[in-house]
Write a protein that binds this ligand. Sequence first.
Ligand code: ATP
Ligand code: MG
Ligand code: MG
Ligand code: MG
Length: 469
Amino acid sequence: MASLNDIRRTYLDYFGRNGHEVVDSSPLVPRNDPTLMFTNAGMVQFKNVFTGLEHRDYSRAVTSQKCVRAGGKHNDLDNVGYTARHHTFFEMLGNFSFGDYFKEEAIPFAWNLLTKDFGIDASRLLVTVYHTDDDAAEIWKKVAGLPDERIIRIPTDDNFWSMGATGPCGPCTEIFYDHGDHIWGGPPGSPDEDGDRFIEIWNLVFMQFEDFADGRRENLPNPSIDTGMGLERVGALLQGKHDNYDTDLFRALIEASAHATSADPDGPGKVHHRVIADHLRSTSFLIADGVMPSNEGRGYVLRRIMRRAMRHAHQLGAQDPLMHRLVPALVAKMGGAYPELGRAQAMIQETLLLEETRFRQTLERGLRLLEDEVATLADGSDLPGAAAFKLYDTYGFPLDLTQDALREIGRGVDQAGFDAAMAEQKAQARAAWSGSGETADAAIWFDLAEEHGATEFLGYDTETAEGQI
Ligand code: ATP
Ligand code: MG
Ligand code: MG
Ligand code: MG
């Protein structure tokens, strides 16, 4: 059975053989791009090459890119543990053409890799195209011999990519794998498309236009290609699995978690193990790329993911800090492809241990408060915003952690009430400050501003020009 490490290698070699420069993954913190929280697609490191601002001495590239989607516009945090296909950290395999080849070559490159080199059963594959993209539909028909009903025309933005309000844009085609009718879900474009029967594995973007500020859309003189395929998703199907969390890599992490907690990997704590395995990857890779837990910006996203994982560890009955003990299993699996992980191992472990030791001091009390509050609630009603705010303010529970805990019992949080409590505390802090003029109060205000500003930051859509493929 090919491991995820083998599959990554096969991908890089295939495109390498076909004239692509094999380029390293860029860091998770995008260089010189404050608009983007984390690298969330393979094209991010090539943005300026696509727009022509920057030139490289190659016109074809292939990468396996570290990606995090846990904040901003692409936030898959709440899907983790519940869908078969989402992670906060994942690897995006991508081949790129900078004004070199276009659709006529990109489609056969993809089809041949999937059906020949990977040996995927072609009758399980179907594709989407943008509804007006007749060229792509024709090429699919010719190259893959797909019947019309397996070339689905989609009129929405799901199949039209743009870099931002202006700049390169174009239609895309997505390749889906049908895992079979024993799994719930409908084909793309159908009402049940969010199910996990038809899983999107690969997205091919055809950058063929440029949008201008005055509303003009013109053809690019040299159209480009940007693709992205989830390694974990293609890995699952190549390993005969439906679920990403059943791949060799995730099984190793889940078993490490099961071993350390003595909790059955496939028992009632299954979701906890899955979330822990996922969050172990995102937190470790973020720390390796220089992000440290803090109360603002990227560091706060990291802290939120860590704390979330720690609650799941607690739910499994872990009596002591858990996360740091799982790092060796991750390094064993991924340290070969990403040497920065091994180099940062000691720091990752120390950071996780310190955070978990601290957070455990309030975690248990917060969870008890949450339980007491829930016990007083009427059937089906949400947790009052004031209670969620107290958990946030006094016990260090990020709102999403509380929501995650409540989701397990089919409840939510009164978000408006939470926002109101937050606003009220801010107003009080401001009043205290303007009333006294004392520096001590001013210092408190700035602390609060930092903390609350951080929470708001997460709610903003700061990603104006991101690599959404
Ligand atoms: P989905 O619709 O399943 O959420 P997407 O359309 O958001 O996927 P793209 O932005 O097109 O995904 O990213 C390219 C590829 O990266 C996808 O086809 C998929 O294989 C993979 N991918 C995207 N998001 C994730 C994720 N959160 N975890 C794992 N793989 C992902
Ligand atoms: Mg998505
Ligand atoms: Mg999609
Ligand atoms: Mg997509």
